[in-house]
Design a protein around this ligand. Sequence first.
Ligand SMILES: Nc1ncnc2c1ncn2[C@@H]1O[C@H](COP(=O)(O)OP(=O)(O)OP(=O)(O)O)[C@@H](O)[C@H]1O
Length: 333
Amino acid sequence: MGSEPIICVESLVKEFRRTKQQSGRFSAIRTLLTRERTVSRAVDGISFGIPEGELVGYLGPNGAGKSTTIKILTGILMPTSGTVHVAGIVPWRERKRNAAQIGVVFGQRTQLWWDLPLSDSLELVGRLYEIPPPRFRFNLKLFTELLELGPFLSTPVRQLSLGQRMRGDLAAAMLHSPRILFLDEPTIGLDVVAKERIRSFIYELNKEQGTTVILTTHDLDDVERLCQRVLLITDGSVLFEGDVESLKNMHTRERDLIIRLPPGSESIELANFASARIVDESGDLTRVRFNPQSLPITELVSFLLSKYAIVDFSVKEPELEEVVRNIYAARSL
Ligand SMILES: Nc1ncnc2c1ncn2[C@@H]1O[C@H](COP(=O)(O)OP(=O)(O)OP(=O)(O)O)[C@@H](O)[C@H]1O
């Protein structure tokens, strides 16, 4: 394993050209005749490197350019400009060689054969990828255990639940032992139990086999549970790159102090503190948001203890979801 990142993306740009739709009378004919083009930049100069063995979250709001980047990295799309190397390969130039070293799962689509039993679908994947039989048998056994595929191996794919189908898709994507796995919304639409099963599989794969994983998701529980690092993009460019903790600390320095008062107590008043405010009062719980940089927690707590009969209190970190929502909101102002 060298020190070079396994995935290198530099100044990546992808533009889509579309014929501008004319409106009004005879719009279809006028669209055809004028052929006016509009250009939109889905990816606008993205650069990043991913070291081998890392599990990275690739996040951003709808339309940020995530899927477009993944399609370029997997060789489906060619960029307008910029350079990309995936384990030394330029994906769109050598699609087949690239396919041998990557696994891809799109949560919204399946690569399995709808009418075939899952086991036949996996068999076909094995043949398509020309996986040597011993490796195929080894991986099939391993993934059948890890993903608990046994009970539905002989069920036609069309009859599988979304969670079962996703487990089948993950097995299919990993049968040829790729070094890199691209996951686009792998937990979308799944219930809590199914999500957890998928997450522990991804975790194991990364930890035990050292598979590099690029995970695109809107589910921030996926991120908290799995990602060592996140790349946050909006409008086609990188907004943040780092670990989840730094993301939280950089963008929301505030903390929440949750106070429990005896039932029937009067409401808390914080008039003296400029950097603290009450954000929620429900039942006997009051949530005070404050900035520890300008108001040390000791000062806030001793003030409250001196004035109110506090039964209990705790400090909460900001939720990742809220941090990310704030970043997107600030960006679109
Ligand atoms: N084939 C295409 N032709 C024209 N425009 C496209 C095409 N594919 C994507 N786009 C546009 O490029 C931008 C980025 O799209 P992309 O699918 O990469 O976003 P995303 O971050 O994956 O969003 P989501 O979270 O909704 O999947 C969007 O404005 C989208 O409309």
